[in-house]
Design a protein around this ligand. Structure first.
Ligand SMILES: C[S@@+](CC[C@H](N)C(=O)[O-])C[C@H]1O[C@@H](n2cnc3c(N)ncnc32)[C@H](O)[C@@H]1O
Length: 206
């Protein structure tokens, strides 16, 4: 999928498109050295990473407060969300948590170079003091029960979370329900017929 095909699925302003294009160029430049995403998916960055991340913003209606993205890696979904929100939801603030120092350095450099406001924390999620986030996201980080441990630590009261999940999502929900109570909604993924995106709230220990 090219930038033009992305635009057929998700409208963005010219400035946001330019930022995404510049982000794609940064990934091309840094990926051989620090393996931010698999080389194969880099060829499909507009669908596998940009559209896949953008759909997450579109499933939420939060317009202000703190959004924390955990285990951001090369910036997915967190930096894409920050790029979109810069114009679409300017009162949202982003914190990206990534323990790998080289990836965190990439995220800091990319945010600065793209003129996107995002705080990058290079630490382990479970070592950080609670972030008090209003919204939490994490892609390809951990099973749902572990993600709920992180949500318990980092969400503000009444905060919500949004987690893309692969084909094993039903087992993950069953497993998580042994330890947690939560409400959730399931949304079909725009980019993977086997995947879903879970929006989760009202999280408490079982
Ligand atoms: C499989 S990658 C996924 C990256 C990105 N979310 C994506 O979907 O492309 C998981 C990332 O989480 C980071 N990570 C794993 N465990 C972590 C932890 N406990 N605290 C902070 N970062 C962590 C890893 O360094 C890695 O960059």
């Amino acid at each position: 999928m090219s930038a033009e095909q992305f635009l057929e699925r998700r409208s963005v302003s010219r400035e946001t498109l330019e930022r995404l294009t510049a982000f794609s160029a940064l990934l091309d430049r840094w990926n051989p050295a620090i393996n931010l995403v698999s080389a194969a998916t880099l060829k499909q960055v507009w669908t596998r990473h940009f559209l896949d991340s953008a759909q997450i913003l579109d499933l939420t209606n939060i317009r202000s407060g703190l959004w924390a993205d955990l285990g951001s890696g090369g910036g997915f979904p967190g930096l894409v969300l920050a790029i979109l929100a810069a114009e679409e939801r300017p009162d949202l603030h982003f914190t990206l948590v990534e323990s790998d120092q080289r990836k965190a350095a990439f995220l800091t450099t990319a945010a600065r170079s793209l003129a996107v406001s995002a705080r990058v924390l290079s630490d382990r999620i479970e070592h950080l003091p609670g972030l008090g986030a209003n919204m939490l996201s994490a892609r390809a980080l951990a099973p749902l029960d572990t993600l709920l441990d992180y949500a318990d630590l980092h969400l503000a009261p009444a905060g919500r979370a949004v987690f893309p999940k692969g084909a094993r999502y039903r087992q993950e929900i069953e497993q998580a329900l042994e330890k947690w109570r939560f409400s959730y909604e399931m949304h079909a993924s725009l980019t993977d017929p086997d995947a879903v995106i879970l929006t989760v709230g009202e999280i408490s220990r079982a």
